[in-house]
Design a protein. Structure first.
Length: 355
């Protein structure tokens, strides 16, 4: 009897955390679903643009809140065929500490799924393929660390094990390598097998089904499993990870989520104030968000079409209304999660850090 109860519990948990989805269709899907197919009632609220933001730079699938002049054209800066920024009277880029906050909820199953072949691969392996190379080619002094969007308080903040019931609350994860979880939390150009380590940490790869050296559940490895509170996790992360950052570095947070913050009470102003209380007023915070942009019905529909109807309640996405406000307030940018190439994020980092 006890075994049957345990089995039912496990099946229920897997439905919530690790459900299958349909294969992505590249073509725009006909028609639009009603109900959740529009921004929530707070979408129309205007939020003040941060005083440090001088210009709003718009491109195809993104908008950047720049500290200086907008580069010519729709791209962030002018780059040669090798991905290096051409001279544009910019100062040398300052060091950057890049902090990823990843939604590891079942809504992100499509993006987090790791594919061994790059052929027809439209998951994170392909979309982030040029991210680190762009930073390296532009001689950036960078380091990265990562957490997921899991946040819990009250009795759940102190209990549980294995990351299932206890929120990370912004604490940085150890990196994941080819053979398991590493000791390091900081990813920089000195890390062995750099590109694969980056990809394994932000996806459900590699496949460890037959690995007897550790757990085989996807929630046993980065980015683990989570609820969807990226803003709360980010706010909590500043004090927890201060030892991983550098005093002279520009702090850039990258929130990746196809669902908006679940806690409607947390505000951009609260997060900025927390950052200042930890780091002081002289350190710069920029937020880049990879989201379903408010009013982007085509991207919303693509995320809808990736869900299997049995699991739709747990896998559906939503417009990143609250998340987008933080990027607007801090200076940074909002980018469509439906972009096929996320190298524009790295180009934006080069641009912002040179101002």
């Amino acid at each position: 009897m006890k075994k049957n109860i345990f089995l039912i519990f496990c099946i229920t948990f897997l439905i919530f955390s690790c459900s299958p989805v349909t294969i992505e269709e590249d073509e725009d899907s006909p028609g639009e679903r009603r109900g959740n197919n529009s921004p929530d009632e707070n979408a129309s609220e205007e939020i003040e643009i941060g005083e440090q933001v001088k210009n709003i730079c718009k491109g195809d699938g993104y908008i950047v809140y720049s500290y200086g002049e907008c580069p010519e054209g729709t791209g962030i800066g002018t780059y040669d065929e090798d991905g290096r920024a051409e001279e544009d009277n910019l100062t040398p880029p300052q060091p950057v500490d890049i902090f990823f906050v990843l939604n590891a909820n079942s809504s992100m199953y499509y993006y987090l799924t790791y594919l061994t072949s790059m052929k027809n691969n439209t998951r994170f392996q392909k979309r982030f393929q040029s991210f680190i190379p762009t930073l390296i080619k532009n001689n950036m002094d960078w380091r990265m660390f990562f957490t997921n969007s899991d946040y819990s308080d009250g009795i759940f903040a102190k209990g549980g094990s294995g990351g299932y019931f206890k929120g990370r609350n912004g604490k940085a994860m150890n990196l994941e390598g080819r053979y398991g979880i590493l000791r390091e939390q900081i990813l920089d150009p000195t890390v062995s097998d750099l590109f694969n380590t980056f990809m394994y940490t932000i996806t459900r790869g590699p496949d460890r089904t037959g690995d007897q050296r550790g757990g085989t559940n996807v929630c046993d490895y980065p980015p683990y499993c989570s609820n969807v509170r990226p803003l709360k996790a980010l706010k909590s992360s500043f004090s927890k990870n201060k030892n991983l950052t550098r005093k002279e570095a520009h702090f850039i947070a990258i929130i990746v989520s196809n669902r908006d913050e679940e806690d409607k009470k947390v505000t951009a102003e609260e997060i900025i104030n927390e950052f200042r209380s930890v780091y002081g007023s002289d350190k710069r915070l920029s937020v880049l968000s990879v989201i379903i942009e408010p009013d982007d019905t085509k991207c919303f529909q693509k995320n809808e079409d990736r869900t299997f109807f049995v699991y739709h309640h747990w896998q559906k996405g939503s417009y990143g209304v609250q998340i987008s406000k933080l990027a607007k307030k801090t200076g940074g940018g909002n980018f469509s999660i439906c972009l096929e190439d996320y190298s524009i994020l790295a180009k934006t980092i080069v641009h912002l850090s040179s101002q």
